[in-house]
Design a protein around this ligand. Structure first.
Ligand SMILES: NC(=O)c1ccc[n+]([C@@H]2O[C@H](COP(=O)([O-])OP(=O)(O)OC[C@H]3O[C@@H](n4cnc5c(N)ncnc54)[C@H](O)[C@@H]3O)[C@@H](O)[C@H]2O)c1
Length: 390
């Protein structure tokens, strides 16, 4: 997201390595940024403590104008409670924008559990966390995030009705990467339509950085569509496995080599912070569209999104095109139906077209256009907080 009047995009001092720090570059005419731990732009922030199980968690509900807050639970060894608070405030706000642009009937929320998921996680702790989620009566619905997995949500769901991302055996939707990758592919098709007049990547050269759960499924869609695919991954086994399935796929040594190669589309599908200044300056691709979160290193006016515009590169906002996963877990609340969720993820094609057209019409970056659309939807939502119906 770009800068907002609600809270300044705030760097989380010790955010997980997979997340890019977001630096504010708000113009001097705007009010001074609020502290990263200022909760005033958020509806409700709940501190949770259960000494018996060792649980320390924070649940942040940013905005419920469009419905109950939905967003995952991050389990991470934050050094201080303030770091955890800054992270959950930033993440929950991001979910409000993501859910609004995705067109799902949910506001934005997120939870963080303070601790090392490898040593501090226990069924007792997850059940205690579930009780806190339950105490909110459905105002916050949880899911997986960094450090939490499908099997954890199965345990959380023992004590709350409001846990998604559960296993199919437990009534859940399971792995969200399938629809995340499918949604990214829809966003890419929309960008191709917008730029080249045809909703296809046929004959285009697409570079994918990171062929894990999302990247490798995306590669399959692209091969099927007739694109030339070139990939890179620090995990050689992931590249080998993909090439074994799709012998036509090429690979290069690393991300630096990939961004400097002749590409039509660049798809960051590894970690956050993919689009630093050096990368943007070196990119040969004319479209950037990938599944990785937090791709823009510098948010706000004059930041990475504007740098991409200046270079004539069409950027499909990450939180817009990677919403397939949240669309999937939101469907779980209705009793998961893959085909229905897929229809939702297919709509990412139209949503991306709308954002790219709006950006052109208003002379802004697609990131700013997506923020604007999300803010308009939230402003048109309920004027009061969402409450559970009896
Ligand atoms: N899985 C989902 O449903 C989902 C939903 C929304 C967003 N995302 C985001 O998409 C991205 C990918 O998610 P995933 O589930 O595929 O994760 P993953 O861990 O399965 O895959 C990431 C891949 O990137 C590779 N990688 C890491 N660092 C790299 C580097 N420097 N250069 C090249 N490759 C590198 C890893 O080896 C791995 O194969 C993440 O940013 C994630 O937050 C995922």
């Amino acid at each position: 997201m770009t800068a907002s009047p609600v809270t300044a995009p705030a760097p989380a001092p010790s955010a997980p390595a997979s997340e890019a720090p977001a630096a504010s570059s708000a113009p001097s005419a705007t009010p001074a940024p609020l502290a990263p731990t200022d909760t005033s732009g958020h509806e409700q922030v709940v501190f949770c403590s259960d000494p018996k199980s060792g649980l320390r968690a924070i649940i942040s509900i940013h905005n419920t104008a469009l419905g109950p807050a939905l967003g995952g639970t991050r389990f991470y060894p934050y050094a201080t409670e303030d770091e955890a608070l800054a992270d959950v405030l930033r993440l929950s706000r991001g979910m409000s924008y993501k859910n609004a642009v995705a067109g799902i009937p949910h506001g934005g929320g997120k939870a963080v559990i303070i601790g090392d998921p490898n040593s501090d996680k226990s069924p007792e702790l997850l059940r205690a966390f579930g009780r806190f989620v339950e105490s909110l009566g459905g105002r916050y619905v949880t899911a997986c995030d960094v450090g939490t997995y499908v099997q954890d949500m199965d345990v959380v769901s023992e004590t709350t009705r409001f846990a998604t991302g559960r296993s199919p055996e437990n009534g859940g939707a399971g792995d969200s990467s399938v629809l995340t990758a499918f949604g990214v592919f829809q966003g890419m098709r929309a960008a191709a339509q917008h730029l080249w007049g045809e909703p296809t990547l046929k004959g285009r050269r697409v570079g994918i950085a990171g062929v894990g759960k999302v990247g490798r499924i995306l590669a399959g869609h692209l091969v099927e569509d007739g694109a030339q695919v070139v990939v890179t991954d620090v995990n050689a086994a992931a590249v080998d496995a993909l090439k074994a399935t799709h012998p036509g796929i090429e690979s290069v040594s690393d991300v630096a080599a990939l961004v400097r190669s002749e590409l039509d589309v660049y798809a960051p599908c590894a970690l956050g912070g993919a689009l630093d200044d050096d990368t943007v300056d070196a990119l040969k691709a004319t479209i950037v569209c990938g599944g990785a979160n937090n791709q823009l290193v510098t948010e706000g006016e004059g930041g990475t999104a504007d740098r991409l515009v200046a270079r004539g590169i069409t950027y499909c906002p990450d939180f817009l095109v990677n919403a397939g996963g949240v669309i999937q877990v939101s469907d779980e609340l209705l009793g998961f139906d893959f085909d229905r969720a897929k229809v939702g993820a297919t709509a990412i094609f139209e949503h991306t077209l709308e954002v790219l057209r709006t950006a052109d019409e208003h002379g802004t970056s697609p990131a700013a256009a997506a923020d604007h659309i999300a803010e308009q939807r939230m402003a048109a939502g309920s004027p009061t907080i969402w409450l559970p119906t009896r």
